[in-house]
Ligand binder design. Structure first.
Ligand SMILES: Cc1cc2nc3c(=O)[nH]c(=O)nc-3n(C[C@H](O)[C@H](O)[C@H](O)COP(=O)(O)OP(=O)(O)OC[C@H]3O[C@@H](n4cnc5c(N)ncnc54)[C@H](O)[C@@H]3O)c2cc1C
Length: 604
C-alpha cells in the first residue's frame, strides 16, 4: 500500500512538477550568452537567387550546408523552420532528461484503435526536432551504423553505389572517433578520426558486469565495438558526444563554418512549397520568414532535407505526389508520383522490466546521474540479437540499464519518452521501489508493416496526417512476441537466478485475458505498449519510379533540379539507430551533387 502510494506520487505529482521545471530550464537556456555558436540569420531580399537552396537545417541539412560551401564559388541558402537550439541541448545529460520538451514539431500519429492502446493518447508521438540540427539536437545520441547487409540490400535492389563497401567510406569520412581501445583493435580500419562528427564511448566508473555475464552465458558475444566487424552481441555503445558536448550536426558541421561567406542561413522560416517552371524544373521556393513571404530563386538545385515527415509533405504541397490525393486536396499536379509519403517504416519498441538485487542501500546511487551530466548519465548497454545463431543479421535490439533501488529514471522514461499510460508507469515505479531493476527497451528491427504520410489540407501550416501502420503485417506481432520471449530467458542465467530475478507484470489491462508470459500475452503486450524509437524513414524512398520517389542519386523522379537528402530516402530501415546513417547519406549526397556539377576535387 505504502509503495503504491509512492509510485502514484511519482507518476501523478512528481512528473508534472518536473515538467514545469524542465520547461523553465529550457526557456532560460534559450537566452544567448557570449559569442553566437551558429551562423546569424541572413538578410535575404525578395529577388535573391542562390546556386543551391537546402530546405531544413536538420541532421542532413547542416552536413550538406558545410560540404557544398566547400566549393567557394557556389552560393548556398539554408532554410530552417526553427531557431538555434537552446544551449541546454548541447549538454548530453541535461538534454537527455529534457529531450521530449526541446523545440519540436509536436506531431502525433492517428489513433488506429488497434495498436499502442496502452499509450497515454492511444497514438504515437512522432517527435522531430524543430531547430538547427533538427532531430540530432534532441536525439539520444547512440552512434550506430547498422548492419553491412542493410546497405548491400539497398544496392541489390537497384540502388547503385549504396553497397556497404561504398557507404563505409562516408561513415569514416564523417566520423571523428576518440577511442584508443577501438582504434587499436581489429575494427580500427572501419573508423575515421578526422571527420566533423565527434564520437566517444563513455567508460563509467561503476558498471554492473553481471549483465554482460548473463548475456555471455546465453551464448551472446560481448563486443568492444558496436560498429565493428560483427554486429551481433552486446557492448557498451558509442555516442555522438565529444568534449562533453552533444554532436548535433548544428554543433559539429555548422558551427565550425559559421563565417563562410558563401553560406546564408535563414531561421524561423517555413518553406511552403517548391516552385517549378513549365518544364518541371525546380526554380525556387516560397518561404514564410519572420518578416513576411518570399520567393527565392535557385540556379542549380533545391535540396529537400526536411526529414521523413516533412519532406513528403512538402513534395505533395508542391504538386509532386499521388494524383488522386493531390486532386482531393485541390493541389495542381506537377507529376503523379504515387509513392510519395508511402513505405513509412519505424522501429517499434517496448520496455521490459526485470527485478534485480534487493538492496535498499543501492538507492544512494541515485545521485550518480547528477554527477555525470557531461555524458549519458547512466551506464547503458546495447545488444543486437538474432534468434537463428547462424545469422549475422540482427532481429531485435536491446537497450538496457541497471537502475538502483527507487530510481526515478525508468519512471521518467515510461511517462515522458515512451508516453505509456499512468497505470503502466505506476506498476513500473512500484516494482523498482524496494529493489534494483533492469530496465530494457526491446526494438523490432525489421518491421514488415508500413505506414504513410498524407496531407490534411493544402495549407502548409497544417501538420500532415501520420499513420504509423504498426503491426498491419501480422508477422510483426508474432515475431515481436518471439523476440520478447527470447530476451526474457536471460533470467535463467546464473547471474539472474542468484538475484531471484523475475519479469515484472506491468498489469496491462488490454492483455488480462492472456496468462502472463504466454506467447499470446507477449503479442498483446507488444501490440498495446508499442512506442517508437523515433526512427521514421522511407517516405521518399530510393528506387525506380515504380517503387521509389528518388533515384539512386537522390533526384526526384519526374522533375529536374530537385533532390531529397534525409532519412526519408532509405528504402528499408537499417538495423539500429538512424542518425549515423543519415549523416552518411548526406556526406555521400554532397559528393554526388559536386560530381554532377563538375566538381571532382576532394570527392571520395
Ligand atoms: C527523440 C529522438 C531520439 C532519437 N535517438 C536516436 C539515437 O540515439 N541515435 C540515432 O542514431 N538516432 C536517433 N534518433 C533518430 C535520428 O535522430 C533521426 O533519424 C535523424 O536525426 C533524422 O535526420 P533528418 O535529417 O532526416 O531529419 P531532421 O534531423 O529531423 O531534420 C529536418 C529539419 O528540417 C526542418 N524542417 C522541416 N520542415 C521544414 C520546412 N517546411 N521548412 C524549413 N525547415 C523545415 C526541421 O525543423 C528540421 O530541422 C532519434 C530521434 C528522435 C526524435
Amino acid at each position: 500500500m505504502f509503495l503504491q502510494a509512492i509510485a502514484l506520487f511519482q507518476v501523478k505529482i512528481l512528473i508534472p512538477i518536473l515538467e514545469v521545471i524542465q520547461l523553465l530550464i529550457i526557456a532560460l537556456s534559450s537566452f544567448e550568452i557570449g559569442e553566437p555558436l551558429y551562423p546569424a540569420h541572413a538578410n535575404v531580399p525578395a529577388d535573391s537567387s542562390y546556386d543551391f537552396i537546402i530546405v531544413g537545417g536538420g541532421s542532413a541539412g547542416c552536413v550538406l550546408a558545410n560540404r557544398l560551401t566547400e566549393v567557394a564559388n557556389w552560393t548556398v541558402l539554408l532554410i530552417e523552420a526553427g531557431d538555434d537550439p537552446p544551449s541546454i541541448a548541447n549538454s548530453p545529460g541535461y538534454s537527455l532528461i529534457t529531450s521530449t520538451l526541446l523545440p519540436n514539431w509536436g506531431y502525433f500519429g492517428v489513433n488506429d484503435d488497434f495498436s499502442s492502446q496502452a499509450q497515454k493518447f492511444k497514438s504515437i508521438r512522432h517527435t522531430r526536432g524543430k531547430m538547427l540540427g533538427g532531430s540530432s539536437s534532441l536525439n539520444s545520441m547512440f552512434y550506430v551504423r547498422g548492419n553491412r547487409a542493410d546497405y548491400d540490400n539497398w544496392a541489390e535492389n537497384g540502388n547503385e553505389g549504396w553497397d556497404w563497401n561504398t557507404v563505409i567510406q562516408y561513415f569514416k569520412k564523417s566520423e571523428r572517433l576518440d577511442d584508443n581501445h577501438i582504434m587499436s583493435s581489429e575494427s580500427a580500419d572501419l573508423h575515421g578520426n578526422k571527420g566533423y562528427l565527434g564520437v566517444t564511448r563513455p567508460l563509467w566508473k561503476s558498471f554492473d558486469e553481471g549483465l554482460f555475464d548473463a548475456f555471455k552465458e546465453q551464448g551472446h558475444e560481448v563486443l568492444l565495438d558496436t560498429n565493428g566487424q560483427q554486429q551481433l552481441g552486446y557492448s557498451i555503445p558509442a555516442y555522438t558526444i565529444a568534449g562533453q558536448k552533444r554532436q548535433s550536426t548544428a554543433y559539429s558541421f555548422l558551427a565550425p563554418i559559421k563565417n563562410r561567406p558563401n553560406l546564408h542561413l535563414i531561421k524561423n522560416s517555413l518553406v511552403r512549397k517548391i516552385i517549378f517552371d513549365k518544364n518541371n524544373k525546380a526554380t525556387g521556393v516560397e518561404v514564410r520568414t519572420p518578416t513576411g513571404f518570399l520567393n527565392i530563386s535557385v540556379t542549380k538545385e533545391v535540396i529537400l532535407s526536411a526529414g521523413a515527415i516533412n519532406s513528403p509533405q512538402l513534395l505533395m504541397l508542391s504538386g509532386v505526389g499521388p494524383k488522386q490525393h493531390l486532386e482531393d486536396m485541390n493541389i495542381s499536379l506537377v507529376v503523379d508520383s504515387p509513392n510519395v509519403g508511402g513505405n513509412m517504416q519505424d522501429h517499434i519498441l517496448v520496455p521490459v522490466l526485470l527485478t534485480g538485487m534487493e538492496s535498499i542501500s543501492s538507492a544512494i546511487s541515485n545521485i550518480d546521474p547528477l554527477l555525470n551530466m557531461d555524458k549519458v548519465p547512466v551506464p547503458l548497454i546495447l545488444g543486437f540479437v538474432a534468434l537463428n545463431k547462424s545469422q549475422s543479421y540482427p532481429d531485435y535490439q536491446v537497450t538496457a540499464t541497471v537502475s538502483p533501488t527507487a530510481s526515478f529514471l525508468p519512471v521518467l522514461m515510461c511517462s515522458q519518452m515512451l508516453m505509456l499510460s499512468d497505470d503502466i508507469c505506476i506498476a513500473l515505479s512500484e516494482a523498482g521501489l524496494g529493489q534494483e531493476t533492469v530496465f530494457s527497451l526491446i526494438t523490432l528491427l525489421h518491421p514488415e508493416s508500413r505506414g504513410n504520410i498524407s496531407l490534411k489540407s493544402s495549407n502548409p501550416e497544417d501538420p500532415p496526417i501520420i499513420y504509423s501502420g504498426y503491426f498491419t503485417n501480422e508477422n510483426d506481432l508474432d515475431n515481436f512476441a518471439r523476440y520478447l520471449e527470447n530476451f526474457n530467458t536471460v533470467i535463467n542465467s546464473t547471474h539472474f537466478k542468484k538475484l531471484k530475478s523475475q519479469v515484472v507484470d506491468l498489469k496491462v489491462k488490454q492483455c488480462r485475458q492472456w496468462p502472463f508470459g504466454s506467447h499470446e500475452y507477449w503479442a498483446c503486450y507488444a501490440l498495446n505498449l508499442a512506442s517508437t524509437q523515433y526512427h521514421t524513414v522511407g517516405t521518399c524512398a530510393m528506387g525506380d519510379k515504380h517503387i521509389g520517389v528518388v533515384d539512386s542519386r537522390l533526384r526526384v523522379h519526374g522533375v529536374t533540379g530537385l533532390r531529397v537528402v534525409d532519412a526519408s530516402v532509405m528504402p528499408t530501415i537499417t538495423s539500429g539507430n538512424t542518425y549515423a546513417p543519415v549523416v552518411m547519406i548526406a556526406e555521400k549526397a554532397a559528393d554526388m551533387i559536386k560530381i554532377d556539377h563538375g566538381h571532382l576535387e576532394n570527392c571520395l
